[in-house]
Design a protein around this ligand. Sequence first.
Ligand code: GLY
Length: 349
Amino acid sequence: MTAVPVVAHRRIEVPLAGRGYTVHIGPGVRNLLPEVVAATGARRVAVVTARPAGWTPDPGVPFLTVPARDGERDKTLAWVEELCSRFASFGLSRSDAVVSVGGGTTTDSVGLAASLYHRGVPVIHLPTSLLAQVDASVGGKTAVNLPQGKNLVGAYWQPRAVLCDTDYLETLPPRERINGLGEIARCHFIGAGDLRGLPLHEQIAASVALKASVVASDERDAGPRHLLNYGHTLGHALERATEFALRHGEAVAVGTVFAGRLAGALGRIGADRVAEHEEVVAGYGLPTALPPGMGTAELIALMRLDKKATSGLTFVLDGPRGAELVRDVPERAVAATLDAMPTGPAPHA
Ligand code: GLY
């Protein structure tokens, strides 16, 4: 196999004792795949890919290609079982490895299959969407959905490496790119600082570096990792209320504006900082207003189901000490803040 040169790129370490790994970010980093496969010691790999052959690099060892099923509909235990059967029929052993090439739904389901097959085989992620590059592929959360809800069955399974090839992003439809910016915009308020105006690969690197430090301090989501869910309490509710017509990053963007307004209403931040939420989100070309037809009572009911909420209404909110988890936020403050939010155009399905 001819070695393909990889130009200078960013490397972010995820410093987990015994399970640390590198996230490589930049154009062409998919071509590092043979090197990272060799580092696992695998003699063969299964490559589950949502991309055509030209976009799926040769792993440098004999391999099985399995077409991915990108999308929430196929993020199921049945798909994980089928993947594991395909791995077994190919003869993948416990010392071999799995590679995922696709969006966040692919890295989630392939990551879970890798965590279960032979009680765990190495996995390498090549996220192809901006959302997956800045969030889903890093940090080791893997999961599939049940009819009762999203991500209800999963495992923590850290990858051996993540290759965030920015060439993949050139091929994304504009709305999908903007969707990914939603997770970058919320980083402004949880410690990444102002990333606006930086080249996209630098914004990805800063978002991944922030996530790496949060995951290193709380791999299993017992405390600080909640910060990553800034803007997500209303965001998840809006995704469900719009039956996913509003995409995840778009919903997080509106949720981020709301979180700023709610923090202002609770006296945690001043008017300038509230306005900064709207400026940052709008500056990324993301929606700042609620979609039409959202009922306050319905949204509050959905927010009560949020996984952070063990009791009452729970949000990650900005404040004098920075962003933190705030429990038992009074419902009347939440309702008044929702009622005061502007309404924007309907999202395209
Ligand atoms: N996407 C949030 C987390 O990884 O914890």
